[in-house]
Design a binder for this molecule. Sequence first.
Ligand code: FRU
Length: 484
Amino acid sequence: CDLTPQYRPAFHYTPAANWMNDPNGLVFHQGRYHLFYQYHPDGPTWGPMHWGHATSTDLLHWQEHPVALAPDALGMIFSGSAVVDHDNRSGLGAEGVAPLVAMFTHHRPADAQAGVASLEQQSLAVSLDDGRTWVKFEGNPVLPNPGLKDFRDPKLCWLAARQRWLAVVACGDCMRFYSSPDLKSWALESQFTHDLGSDGVWECGDLFPLHDAAGATWWVLLVSVTLGGPNGGSSTLYFIGDFDGHRFTPLDTQIRWLDFGPDNYAGVTWSGVDERALFIGWMSNWLYAASVPTSPWRSAMTMPRELQLRMSEDGPRVASVPARELLSLQGPATLALREVSLPLPLDLDAGLRAAVGVFVLRLEIDALRSFSLSLGSPGGDELLIGYDRDRTAWFIDRRRAGRVDFHPQFAGCHSAPRLATAPQSDLQLYVDATSVELFADDGLTAMTCLFFPREPFASMTLSSTDGLKLGALAVHPLGAGRGS
Ligand code: FRU
């Protein structure tokens, strides 16, 4: 049977048709958020990469635009970023028009017959009409390959103190930092590496400052790795430390995962947004992305999140918090309980009635004990989300949540450590047709997880075997966002 309509998310970005992966060129300009992305306009699986394009004024209602960048003689268009060159330092602007400049990877695929290895180098494209149309720079590539197999995904950031642009470039097992006064001539500053204990390839770096509650600045380096994620496959981790304008020095050698779920990869932050580190990721995993049962599109982006610095028991952490724009989608509560008097199990079906498949559930927990929230369908599909006190871990179990047989590595019970120690906890679950995004302890633990039920979940039950104490529980439907 055709499950396609029920699998289209309501407030997560999906292209109308065909394959999408990484978010690219995230830039805010004149009131619009631009979302470019790795896109194959001719098919539902990865192929010759283009930059697809969508814009939004609120990060939730997206309008899809024509393809922005297409392959050329230098190769496919791989991941990269975009900035507003306010002072026209690149000289690529026009009279009175600050250019939008995109820096991306030109990827020439290997050709075994011609005896040619693949080649990656960094190039520029310019828009003088607010991102509608793009022209590639005639001097491409601006950053030729220095002899590395992997050399891609340039992420730009402006270093005010040095009046220079910085590009973070992923180089296989390290990130390199290049600087430039004009986006056209680049100098190597330094590189940063760390043994991750896997053969994963480093991709899609991002470097940005965050401030703690005391006002101190910490630099965060995001690294997406193709293998070795906490629940298998591709995942994004980060280092926290200092960046002196030339070199990144981590605070310690800890590997911290940005999101412990299996389905958040290659995410980066928006350029041109000063007061918030606004993040979006590709909501899939390279293990099985090509097999997920959606059509005629394949893949969605995560919901927009704000990354914030929090001090935890074991030092600074990057918390993921739903972007405040999400509140505008929220309808009146379909279920709201305070000082919930147990016993469990608690039937929460009423909360789902006006919130078919698209809702946020919030829990305030006074005493955190093992519990499990079950979302079920009449046919017996069941998604379980909860907390395991013995392992001090959150979990999302999609093993029986519907269609799992499209790939052997899709089914799984995924878990994430609790990173807070207080006896109280808070949990937010954003559910949108085929995904759940879990934010626990004010975003200290985040998990993103896809699932494909055979019919919409119609029942919701909360149970606990060891005396969970709830302070509050609320379910709100979320209005449609997508637009397009
Ligand atoms: C990450 C990635 C990037 C690359 C792009 C190709 O998912 O592999 O490193 O630029 O996807 O589509």
